[in-house]
Design a protein around this ligand. Structure first.
Ligand code: NG6
Ligand code: CA
Length: 512
């Protein structure tokens, strides 16, 4: 953690500066509602015109809406890794998009944000998409008995999770390190290498599909949808795709009800609006934008359910709700679900360039809302911030000492998150799907020359890798249209040096 020495004076000034507001508790409950692949242009409070997200908007209008807050990476696994460890994922090998049978990427000896909340006296829970590997084995987990390690071994007292993603096998929920509803006579087998003899696949048996892939996603068929990876058995344990949002939201509500009398930290990671997009009957067809839009409505419903639960239990004023997303938006991410055809004028990426997977702004500049009734004043903040900073910021809020060398890239910025100041980070390093980096100070955005695709035709997104360095003035050109590399060679040089310093450990950071 940086700025550890800073924590006490900041807490004092935070209290002094909030006379008009209620005296802030230093241990309010904290709930993250962490979306999947939802972009900065997807909610009506961020300017979307063709979809209404009233529950998200209500929190945004009565809280802080950040316009320059980022996920740490443009895909899920590295963003979640960085958020939970406070370490940039590009420092650590093996943090790319994880298979469904990957071993635990964050090992039990790691000090995580959940550990920190426990040290601060909180109960900790995670519900939803995990995507950080489970168990000790890479590629040969035994899913039929309790996994030797899981979310419960890195600081969560309770976990109810999807092993990886909706489109990856095994399509089961794992509660406290064990697959639920499993019939021992029908064991689960999983492979990411080869199919099990006689099992149908999307590739060979398209006639069995209710949703067809547009690219990839043509291996085992579960519930009429072909996935990534092969799976056999476990029939009674399979989730129902149209019930995922209800199940997860229900578990999040149960967790809140059970912990209402003590400080708790709940990391609620929804599957909306990741592929395959199968909204519940209540939302199917309701957005007029196809399943992706319907899943945005479903996400908004989940947010409303959480807010209502806190209100009903009388703990809303003692709970911070954070809404954000693990990476930028994508429309066609591998299934023919009509999301492209029915998008209309909607721009999930807002005014920004790129999207999921990209080094351009829409890859990581995500919606981010903090809501804490009577403690956070309604505002919009353009401070440069990152989800990686939540770890040190909550340590600062709760006056918890992070052990030395832990959470090395996390900055303690609780005053910025709570709207007491608009001063954000000086520098932020971001990463795309190829682990190529960019660096920004909030105004200038420098993208060094890098190998890799400039464009991904399957998802129709500019990924931004280029053999030539690029630099943009985001203050004048938020859409990164005018590369100023010819005029700004000095600035590029300065920023390259700064990037080298961060990468090479000027801050005394461990390199792996
Ligand atoms: C990609 C998948 C995509 C999605 C992504 C991970 C293909 C062709 N594409 O490899 O559908 O699953 O991985 O998304 O397989 S994330 O939001 O979890 O990072
Ligand atoms: Ca994602």
């Amino acid at each position: 953690m940086k700025n550890a020495f800073y924590s006490i004076p900041v807490i004092v000034s935070q209290m002094a500066g909030s006379i008009a507001m209620a005296q802030p508790s230093t241990t309010p409950n904290v709930v993250f509602v962490y979306a999947d692949d939802i972009g900065i242009g997807d909610f009506s409070c961020y300017g979307a015109k063709t979809i209404a997200t009233p529950n998200v908007d209500r929190l945004a209008n009565n809280g802080i809406r950040f316009t320059n807050a980022h996920s740490a990476a443009a895909t899920s696994t590295p963003s979640r890794y960085a958020m939970l460890t406070g370490e940039y994922a590009w420092r650590k090998a093996g943090t790319g998009i994880a298979d469904g049978d990957a071993g635990m990427i964050i090992r039990p000896d790691r000090y995580t944000m959940a550990d920190m909340f426990k040290d601060a006296g909180y109960s900790t829970g995670v519900v939803g998409k995990w995507h950080l590997g489970l168990g000790n084995e890479n590629g040969s987990q035994d899913w039929n008995s309790t996994l030797p390690i899981g979310a419960n071994d890195i600081g969560f007292d309770y976990s109810f999770i999807m092993a990886a993603t909706g489109d990856r096998v095994p399509c089961v929920f794992v509660e406290n390190n064990g697959v639920i509803n499993l019939d021992p006579n029908d064991p689960i087998e999983v492979s990411y290498k080869k199919n099990f003899p006689g099992e149908p696949t999307g590739k060979d048996n398209p006639e069995l599909l209710t949703m067809h892939p547009s690219h990839g996603h043509n291996q085992s068929i579960v519930n009429g949808i072909s996935r990534i990876g092969y799976m056999k058995g476990g029939k009674s344990a399979l989730w129902k795709d149209d019930e995922i949002a209800k199940t997860l939201t229900g578990k999040a509500i149960d967790y809140i009800e059970q912990h209402k009398d003590q400080p708790f930290f709940l990391y609620f990671a929804t599957q909306d609006a990741h592929v395959p997009r199968v909204p519940s009957a209540e939302f199917a067809g309701k957005s007029g934008m196809g399943p992706r839009g319907d899943c945005l409505l479903e996400f908004d419903w989940s947010v409303g359910q959480i807010a209502e639960t806190l209100q009903r239990l009388g703990i809303a004023e003692n709970t911070i709700i954070i809404i954000s997303s693990d990476n930028g938006p994508v429309v066609d991410d591998g299934y023919k679900d009509q999301s492209v055809e029915m998008l209309g004028d909607h721009t999930p990426w807002g005014e920004y360039r790129g999207g999921k997977y990209s080094i351009y702004e829409a890859g990581t500049r995500v919606p981010c809302i903090w809501y804490w009734p009577n403690h956070i004043q309604p505002a919009v903040s353009d401070a440069l911030l990152c989800q990686i900073d939540w770890f040190a910021s909550f340590a600062q809020m709760t006056n918890t000492q992070i052990p030395e060398d832990k959470a090395p890239d996390s900055e303690a910025l609780i005053d910025t998150w709570l709207g007491k100041t608009k001063k954000g980070r000086d520098w932020l390093v971001l990463q795309n799907a190829q682990n190529n980096l960019s660096i920004t100070d909030g105004r200038w955005k420098y993208i060094p020359a890098a190998k890799g695709p400039s464009y991904n035709k399957h998802v129709n997104i500019e990924i931004g890798n280029s053999e030539k360095p690029q630099i943009y003035d985001l203050r004048k050109d938020a859409g990164e249209q005018k590369d100023l590399s010819k005029k700004q060679s000095k600035k590029m040089h300065e920023m390259q040096q700064q990037l080298d310093l961060i990468v090479d450990g000027r801050y005394g950071l461990p390199l792996y």
